[in-house]
Design a protein around this ligand. Structure first.
Ligand SMILES: *Cc1c(COP(=O)(O)O)cnc(C)c1O
Ligand SMILES: [Zn+2]
Length: 433
């Protein structure tokens, strides 16, 4: 008897099933991700009528200061999710960057300071591991471009789950160290991300582990919707006119869209047309290429770019991202590695936010779109900064000047200061001519 009551108190699932995005076939919400009939991807389906009746702005605001304030919109049954403070990152009004670019109302959604591992991946992993625990997995795993390995290892450590992660062998030192510190097994695969992913699909079939972005992918990807919900809430329960976000597999991009649609659907925010702009690195831009060439299929590419965290040559959700960019009147653009470095510096110098290469890509694409007249200066624009610059220091090494080394004497300081100011003036003169 007491057991039944306890079970009722801790399980209040609002999701019903997994549904094929292509043919609509429905499945029980287990650890599965592809349709048996058409091989389409599966997505979580909710009871929106029930959500409309039970969720209000007030019930959300009364929740925890993390992604779990949106628990009814997330695919877990427990009332006791793994909450490591993920989410509710700052939405910063970016006036200096806006002025530099010629925009009026620009915001940065700053997931460079997301908890616990300083990227947006903590959102998807918090959801995936909570669901993994519910489904009875004791070992969790992932195929990662870097940030996902950091998140999976950290949150598995917190939850006491065994963890084995797979990364390409050529990742940035910060990403590797930022995984090893949590004590998982780390497999550095001699190959690119797409090869890592293929290997992991085989391991998932043979080892019965919970791969957050493979057999748990339908749950994992729902975590990205919180990037949509939070922006709505932080704008005072309003939608922006445009968002700009980076694309790797395209999942994050499509889930921000789903998050916006859901809040409209259940009456939490007024309907508004939001344009979706996507950012890729030229050295790995299969979605941007398809957009430019007006194709509705993706041609896989071999990645070659400093933006390793978004270097996926064969993006699983690429066609869905394309569709959203097109139907919202947005676009998908790419920038080269030099522009990415400039994007990192521009955001740091104007807003005091140090982002990684994915963020540099996004800022550089924002700049490119404004300069091409593809973003109206009057629009309320939200730019998603998804990762932290301290993890990809190699990318900016050699492009950021050096400290002035001085003796511990006032005169040494004065001399150095004068030199610095002269150099500054010279630089300005160069800018002026
Ligand atoms: C993984 C990642 C992305 C994009 O992820 P997708 O959902 O696969 O498109 C963007 N930015 C950073 C920093 C990432 O680590
Ligand atoms: Zn199907």
């Amino acid at each position: 008897m007491t057991q039944t009551i306890a079970a009722q108190a801790t399980t209040t699932a609002t999701f019903k099933s997994l549904k094929c995005k292509e043919c609509g076939a429905e499945y029980e919400p287990k650890a599965t991700h592809v349709c048996e009939f058409c091989f389409g991807p599966l997505e979580v389906a909710y009871d929106y009528d029930a959500l409309r009746r039970t969720v209000t702005r007030e019930t959300i605001q009364a929740g925890p200061n993390s992604i779990w304030r949106y628990r009814p919109f997330l695919p877990v049954a427990t009332n006791n999710p793994i909450d490591v403070g993920t989410g509710m990152t700052p939405l910063v009004r970016a006036n200096r960057l806006a002025r530099r670019l010629g925009l009026k109302k620009l915001y940065i959604k700053n997931d460079a300071v997301n908890m616990p591992t300083l990227s947006f991946k903590d959102r998807v992993v918090s959801v995936a591991l909570t669901r993994a625990r519910e489904l009875g997995f004791s070992t969790v795993s992932c195929a990662s471009t870097g940030n996902l390995a950091n998140s999976t290892a950290a949150i598995a450590a917190h939850a006491g789950l065994d963890c084995c992660v797979f990364i390409p062998a050529d990742l940035e030192a910060g990403k590797v160290l930022g995984t090893l510190i949590y004590g998982p097994t780390v497999m550095a695969v001699q190959g690119n991300y797409d090869q890592v992913n293929r290997l992991c699909c085989e391991v998932a079939n043979t080892h019965g582990w919970g791969f957050v972005n493979i057999n748990l992918r339908p749950y994992y990807s729902e975590g990205s919707k919180t990037l949509g919900y939070e922006v709505i809430e932080q704008l005072g329960w309003e939608l922006p006119d445009r968002i700009v976000a980076p694309l790797a597999s395209g999942s994050l991009f499509t889930k921000i869209y789903k998050g916006f649609r859901e809040f409209i659907e259940v009456g939490l925010v007024e309907e508004k047309h939001v344009r979706f702009s996507g950012a890729q690195a030229e050295g790995c831009s299969p979605i941007a290429q398809a957009f430019r060439e007006e194709r509705d299929f993706i041609k896989p590419v071999k990645p070659s770019t400093i933006a390793k965290s978004i270097a996926i040559g064969n993006p699983a959700d690429g066609v869905y991202a394309l569709e959203i960019a097109r139907k919202t009147g947005g676009n998908i653009e790419s920038v080269n590695d030099a522009e990415i470095v400039d994007g990192i510096k521009l955001l740091a110098e104007t807003e005091g936010i140090f982002t990684e290469t994915a963020g540099g890509t996004t800022v550089a694409v924002l700049k490119k779109l404004v300069e091409a007249g593809k973003i109206d200066p009057e629009e309320t624009t939200v730019v998603y900064i998804t990762g932290n610059g301290l993890k990809t220091q190699e990318a900016v090494q050699g492009y950021i000047g050096e400290p002035l080394t001085i003796e511990p004497k006032l005169e040494s300081f004065e001399r150095a200061l004068e030199r610095a100011q002269t150099l500054d003036r010279l630089e300005w003169q160069q800018v002026l001519v």
